[in-house]
Write a protein that binds this ligand. Structure first.
Ligand SMILES: Cc1cc2nc3c(=O)[nH]c(=O)nc-3n(C[C@H](O)[C@H](O)[C@H](O)COP(=O)(O)OP(=O)(O)OC[C@H]3O[C@@H](n4cnc5c(N)ncnc54)[C@H](O)[C@@H]3O)c2cc1C
Length: 314
């Protein structure tokens, strides 16, 4: 799921419920059996998305925040200044702020925090995020033998496949493919084989078509084929990651006014990122002495996200 090597991953960070079951019962299977005997079920998560896709979220935030946000601006450096911080954006000038939230990927946070909070910067620099390629293919329903009656599949390393796994997007949520069609997203690269993510678009599509033909029986040319290559994909939560996050938080505690938020602190899902961001916003509010304003502001933003353009799908 994290395009990582499972043997190096910190289970307690990526699947805390499973880790707790093992801790309490000495084995996950024993925990499941005991829960079953008592009529309980495995812990489950709800899947959610937006009718018009993830772009709904930043669009709703942009609508709500209006001119407060400056887009297309790259922060080059953050340094301490009188009563706050100077944020250097190169040709776009310098911004003065009483508090700074670094909400970038960890390698950028490492660079921006280097002189300000070297302890946190050093920890951020240790977080790997190997490249990932996503291949989206659309087929007519009659081109795919498999009913696609699930969320998708993951391939174990021992099978020697190039595709890490695929999501049956049109089975997960409505509106992901036109009537009579299906949509599949396949993931290549990650820690298992970072170089595969850098293959040419043509090669990536051919690889996915070949593996989908074997696994779910696709036939013929896809109706749609798109590739998105991410030079840095998901952050890897290797053993010791919880301690790494603790050290980042400790270093930041010693530097009032500087905050971080992002997918390497609580988890990669958009929901985990939103929780982390809300928590950070509350801390910023407290730092600025405007706790109630921050709470109301983000309460509205959440409502706007769900209601303004399209409601989240579950
Ligand atoms: C291929 C892929 C598929 C995924 N699928 C799902 C999914 O189905 N469901 C799900 O819940 N999650 C999914 N995720 C995970 C989720 O999308 C991410 O974890 C989440 O979007 C990360 O949010 P973030 O705010 O931490 O970072 P980002 O969204 O990466 O935001 C960081 C921002 O910082 C900006 N930035 C960087 N440097 C600077 C600078 N110097 N100055 C100014 N701005 C800067 C960047 O432009 C970027 O906009 C997926 C991730 C990947 C890579």
């Amino acid at each position: 799921m994290f395009a990582d090597d499972a043997s190096r991953t910190e289970l307690g960070f990526v699947m805390p419920a499973l880790a707790a079951m093992e801790h309490a019962h000495g084995s996950v299977i024993r925990a499941v059996l005991r829960a079953r005997l008592k009529g309980g079920r495995m812990p489950a998560r709800q899947l959610s998305s937006w009718r018009d896709g993830i772009g709904t979220l930043p669009n709703a935030l942009a609508l709500h925040l209006g001119g407060m946000v400056r887009t297309g601006v790259t922060v080059r450096r953050i340094v301490r200044a009188r009563h706050g911080f100077a944020i250097d954006t190169g040709e776009r000038g310098s911004i003065h702020a009483r508090a700074v939230v670094v909400a970038t990927q960890p390698h950028v946070a490492a660079h921006l925090l280097a002189s300000l909070v070297p302890g946190a910067a050093g920890e951020c620099a240790r977080i790997a995020a190997p490249p990932l390629a996503v291949v989206f293919l659309g087929y007519r329903r009659d081109q795919v033998a498999h009913p696609l009656d699930g969320l998708g599949y993951l391939t174990p390393g021992c099978e020697g496949r190039i595709v890490n796994g695929g999501l049956f997007c049109s089975s997960m949520f409505s509106g992901r493919a036109p009537a009579g069609h299906v949509a599949i997203a396949a993931y290549i690269g990650g820690a298992r084989a970072p170089d595969h993510a850098r293959l040419s678009t043509r090669t990536l599509i051919d690889i996915v078509r070949g593996e989908l033909a074997q696994l779910v029986g696709v036939r013929g040319d896809p109706v749609v084929a798109r590739v998105r290559q991410w030079p840095r994909g998901l952050p890897q939560f290797q053993r010791g990651h919880s301690l790494l996050v603790e050290r980042i938080e400790q270093a930041l505690c010693d530097t009032p006014g500087v905050f971080v938020t992002g997918n390497y602190l609580r988890g990669v899902s958009v929901g985990a990122c939103a929780d982390c961001a809300l928590d950070t916003a509350r801390r910023v509010g407290r730092h600025l002495g405007r706790a109630s304003e921050t709470a109301i502001w983000f309460g509205d933003a959440r409502t706007a996200t769900g209601a303004a353009a399209s409601p989240p799908q579950r």
